[in-house]
Write a protein that binds this ligand. Structure first.
Ligand code: ADP
Ligand code: MG
Length: 338
């Protein structure tokens, strides 16, 4: 069967992107720019994040999932800042051999997430990629004026929480690279699929944003791994962080894998791509935060505490402790591009 004919740039925009431009701010993509009236009394919260084939996803991943991932990694950051997402811009670099069915899936993936997270496409740009698919999304959200939750807001005495479970995406990536490990870890097909799905498509904790806005002092999302990202929070807050490894919440699949191979603890604590939220909450607000999180249906777990900055400049800023409360060496730095 012949490949469906690929439309020109203008027709591509009209066919796949105009239907996603449901907010009047975009003028249905009929102008050079969108124009946004911020909600009254709000600050806009701005975030851009790109994902590229071969770096953030596999070149043969389905395009509905990679489009959704590109949007979700941005929505995850907005949620960590306590922001409500409003809309987004999309810069798309398409490989020379893109297909109509792939664009169909791409638009469907974005459409489903737009409905789920209450955002609309405001505009973008479309170019030919010299190599694989690259998707750059700029998402914009809103918080009450002056209230964006900073990563540097943690203070000594705060309790440290994470949403969801950690390590699933890192284990999912390991399974993607070496499928035989599923049987080495004794995983059921459902457990294996859970880990693979958590790598393919993160779950942005958009619903947790109001609880963070109301109760958190500092927050950020975990894209590069708990160890490195907790270090970033500690440094920018001027504090130290102590995390109990046994308190870190694991999915049944990750717990099973860890039992089979205890060395996976390092991948779980230092691996990236979880897109869960790390939240520092004053002790006095801890129970209110837990209740607010439960009310919005997102599990949060206390994993540690915030302390004073280390006096000794060589002392670790993040300490992971084992069951005997002694520090354990993770020795891993998480994901860095450069
Ligand atoms: P320009 O010539 O100024 O680069 P374009 O012809 O690329 O403008 O874009 C025309 C319209 O289509 C604009 O409103 C732009 O925002 C929108 N657009 C182009 N590419 C995309 C995309 N990938 N996603 C959403 N909107 C897009
Ligand atoms: Mg253009």
């Amino acid at each position: 069967m012949a490949e469906p004919v690929r439309p020109s740039e203008d027709a591509l925009i009209a066919r796949w992107f105009r239907p996603l431009a449901t907010d009047p701010a975009s003028f249905r993509l009929g102008d050079d720019c969108a124009s946004l009236t911020p909600p009254p009394g709000a600050d806009l919260v701005l975030k851009t994040d790109a994902v590229a084939a071969g770096i953030h996803f596999f070149a043969d991943d389905p395009w509905d999932a990679v489009a959704a991932k590109a949007l979700r990694v941005n929505l995850s950051d907005l949620a960590a800042k306590g922001a409500r997402p409003l809309g987004y811009l999309l810069s798309l670099a398409l490989p020379a051999d893109w297909r109509v069915d792939q664009m169909e899936a791409f638009a469907a993936g974005l459409g489903a997430d737009q409905a789920r997270f209450g955002v609309a496409l405001w505009g973008g740009d479309t170019i030919r990629s010299p190599d694989g698919l690259v998707i750059s999304i700029t998402a914009i959200g809103a918080v009450p004026q002056g209230r964006m939750v900073r990563r540097g807001g943690a203070r000594p005495g705060d309790r440290l929480y994470v949403s969801g479970t950690l390590g699933d995406a890192a284990l999912g990536l390991m399974l993607r690279l070496d499928p035989d490990r599923a049987s080495a870890w004794g995983l059921t097909p459902a457990a294996r699929d859970h880990l693979l799905a958590r790598y393919l498509l993160p779950e942005p904790r958009v619903a947790l944003a109001p609880a963070i806005l109301a109760h958190a002092r500092g927050a950020m999302d975990l894209s590069d791994g708990l160890v490195i990202d907790a270090g970033r929070m500690a440094r920018s807050s001027g504090v130290s962080i102590r995390i109990g490894a046994a308190a870190v919440p694991l999915s049944p699949a990750a717990a099973h894998a860890l039992e089979a191979e205890p060395g996976l603890l390092r991948a779980i604590l230092a691996g990236g791509d979880d897109y869960e939220l790390l939240v520092a909450v004053p002790a006095a607000a801890a129970s209110d935060f837990e209740r607010a999180a439960a009310d919005c249906g997102i599990g949060v777990t206390a994993i540690g505490t915030v302390g004073a900055a280390p006096v000794d400049a060589d002392a670790p800023i993040v300490t992971i402790t084992g069951s005997d409360d002694r520090a354990i060496a993770i020795g891993a730095e998480g994901f860095r591009h450069f």
